[in-house]
Write a protein that binds this ligand. Structure first.
Ligand SMILES: [Zn+2]
Length: 81
């Protein structure tokens, strides 16, 4: 089944058909699964930019750091109302 998937831990892997969390080769590793990459691609601008630029990796921590350093200086998701 893996033959269809060119690269795990990428949105392309999800597109190629890797849509099961436990089926992904990156499951149980420190790397993102294809699903996680797909979801991240939808909502994480920094990651999307990296993917489009061809510089994305499947490492999770890389993007947490990148996001924290780029445009998240103020926590906005706190609901105080
Ligand atoms: Zn995969």
């Amino acid at each position: 089944m893996d033959e269809k998937v060119s690269a795990h831990g990428t949105p392309q892997g999800y597109t190629d058909g890797c849509r099961g969390k436990s089926e992904c080769r990156n499951h149980r590793t420190k790397l993102m699964t294809c699903i996680e990459a797909h979801i991240r691609y939808q909502g994480d601008y920094a990651y999307r930019t990296a993917v489009n630029a061809g510089t994305a990796t499947a490492a999770k921590e890389t993007y947490k750091v990148a996001i924290a350093g780029s445009h998240t200086s103020k926590p906005r998701e706190t609901e105080s109302c």
